[in-house]
Design a protein around this ligand. Structure first.
Ligand SMILES: [Zn+2]
Length: 324
């Protein structure tokens, strides 16, 4: 037998072994449900993993794209399913629903700004492609993003998808992933700051103010409440007023309330609920019309010295308004 013939025979045997094994075992891996067995060609790179250019930025997008396609990208629902320590499957970004793959890719409102323009482009390009193929296939958007090659009906259409649709899907997935990590790392930073603040507050400052939040990420229209508590009695506060103020990122300052009295003209917008006890007084600020885009900035709770502008204590909550 010639060397070439032997080599060809061995390669065929190896390919046959892997094709049979993949076909037999794929049914046991539910995470691979978006990748049909017919799309595996042993010896050839799967088009989902193929680099269409030598551009490093495009190549960097491939690992995350593969994790999404093979069900190995870890979201809160995966953590909850595999963790025995009662992990909450709720999305940490929006707090509105369980963080499943479809929530992350299609629904999470905190990622809308990143998602909408790219997704529109994908749907538009894909509709063009399907109309060229004279195809009446119903588009499943989730499947389209996870594996657009599902809609390839010929070698030509696979090439079209490779160069026109798949790069957009990678772009979308990569940008969603980056935004998700950016928000999650801010949330982690806030919780670690809260722990630090707790230590600082326990050292007995004279005019201690406690604010329920130091930083908040809120969607337009949401109605958060911020409660400020001071360890002083009512007589002290009558002479040393506690004010809620709105501070813009440009340095602007508006007094919202003095104790529980909202300033004239702002009653439709703000409410301050007092909660009086012997040694502590709380003033909870609520936003009557929900969070508006121009609330992006800070709400400050400030304790002023009697008859002066001297500040005895101040706490602020940084409000990041998330646009949709
Ligand atoms: Zn979400």
């Amino acid at each position: 037998m010639s060397k070439g013939k032997w080599k060809k025979m061995t390669t065929t045997a190896v390919h046959k072994y892997w094709t049979t094994r993949i076909n037999e075992e794929i049914m046991y891996y539910s995470s691979l449900k978006y990748i049909p067995t017919s799309s595996f060609k042993v010896g050839k790179i799967h088009p989902l993993a193929l680099a269409n250019s030598a551009n490093q930025r495009d190549i960097n997008r491939i690992p995350i794209r593969i994790k999404i396609a093979t069900g190995t990208y870890i979201l809160q629902t995966n953590r909850a399913a595999y963790n025995q320590n009662n992990v909450d499957p709720t999305c940490k970004l929006c707090d509105q629903a369980e963080e499943s793959l479809s929530h992350f890719l299609l629904c999470c409102r905190a990622l809308d700004q990143i998602r909408t323009p790219i997704l529109k482009n994908i749907i538009c390009k894909c509709s063009e492609l399907l109309s060229l193929q004279h195809s009446n296939i119903h588009l499943d958007i989730l499947l389209l993003i996870i594996n657009p090659f599902h809609y390839a009906c010929s070698v030509e259409s696979e090439n079209d998808i490779s160069f026109r649709i798949e790069p957009l899907c990678r772009h979308l997935i990569y940008n969603l992933h980056n935004k998700r990590y950016e928000i999650l790392s801010k949330i982690d930073l806030i919780s670690s700051r809260r722990k630090m603040n707790f230590k600082v507050m326990s050292n007995g400052q004279q005019y201690r103010l406690i604010l329920t939040k130091q930083e908040d990420f809120v969607l337009v229209g949401a109605s958060p409440k911020y409660k400020c508590t001071v360890n002083q009695n009512a007589n002290f506060l009558i002479t040393n007023p506690l004010k809620w103020e709105k501070r813009g990122r440009d340095g602007s300052k508006v007094v919202i309330s003095v104790l529980a009295n909202v300033e004239a003209g702002l009653e439709q917008e703000y409410n301050v609920q007092p909660d009086v006890a012997d040694f502590t007084q709380s003033f909870t600020l609520s936003l009557m019309q929900g969070i508006k885009e121009d609330y992006d900035g800070h709400f400050a709770c400030v304790l002023y010295q009697w008859n002066s502008t001297a500040v005895l204590a101040k706490k602020t909550v940084a409000v990041h308004v998330i646009h949709c």
